[in-house]
Design a protein around this ligand. Sequence first.
Ligand SMILES: Cc1ncc(C[n+]2csc(CCOP(=O)(O)OP(=O)(O)O)c2C)c(N)n1
Ligand code: SF4
Length: 284
Amino acid sequence: MVTTDDYGEFETAWCPGCGNFSILKAMKKALAGLGLAPHQVCLVSGIGQAAKAPHYLRCNAFNGLHGRALPPAQAIKMANPKLTVIAESGDGCSYGEGGNHFLAAVRRNMDITLVAHDNQIYGLTKGQASPTSLLGMKTKAQPFGAPSMPFNPVGVAVAMRAGFVARGFAGEIDHLAGLIEAAVRHPGFSLVDVFQPCVSFNKLNTYAWYKERVRKLDEEHDPTDWQAAMNKAFEMGETIPIGVLWRNDEIEPFASRLPTMRGEPLATRVPDLQTLDKVMHSYG
Ligand SMILES: Cc1ncc(C[n+]2csc(CCOP(=O)(O)OP(=O)(O)O)c2C)c(N)n1
Ligand code: SF4
């Protein structure tokens, strides 16, 4: 039986009290809950504090460039669809530097999961506003307040009728583990945007701020009702719903649209060198 211990215990470089610790716990719980052994999983990240998360789990991992977690994650899945591939990175990495990759991943609907640690700030570079920072939030780099409207990742993903869209909170570990499990089980692109307090640099969106606002979605919410999901995705005031906002069971996963992804994984296929040779010569 797979347990959380199989994923190891490592020393981290995170500040004491950082929300990243809880997301790490939830991730281990979810992977063990799914019965996935470490060799069956590949975690992919970019750059940032959140992007260090895969360093702290004993499983396959790829740590790439800032904003570029999703392209290698999709490439890994294409090469070996048998692997469970999870991209895990910060909000800056996922929606700022990696914004276009995020949109492309939603459109492709490949069977991977993005777990975005959304601390509404750039943590690693010491506290500049990120794409999800609230309008007017003061930081050292934005003393007059963040001047741009915040990006709403779950709103955009629901608007695009993505495969699966959920929002979690680092202060609700068991609930978050359940969301990650459901996201991984979904046979297409899945997003879990996670509110993650950055205790060092985000003095607005603190644990107390989130606790006052986050509310678990009740049973009545139907995640296949697009209009209801849109309404919940944009409920960002005194209450902010967490849970599975939206699920699209109707779109085909990418693998069934691309014939080369059918059959034996590319990673284990025996290449037909004669045909390859002919193709190469045809360009000569
Ligand atoms: C292309 C590129 N732009 C900018 C940087 C500088 N940089 C490194 S980490 C980072 C912010 C990370 O923020 P986020 O992704 O939200 O993660 P966090 O550290 O908050 O977990 C930036 C801007 C970089 N490394 N590469
Ligand atoms: S700077 Fe913020 S995000 Fe980074 S480890 Fe410290 S508390 Fe966490």
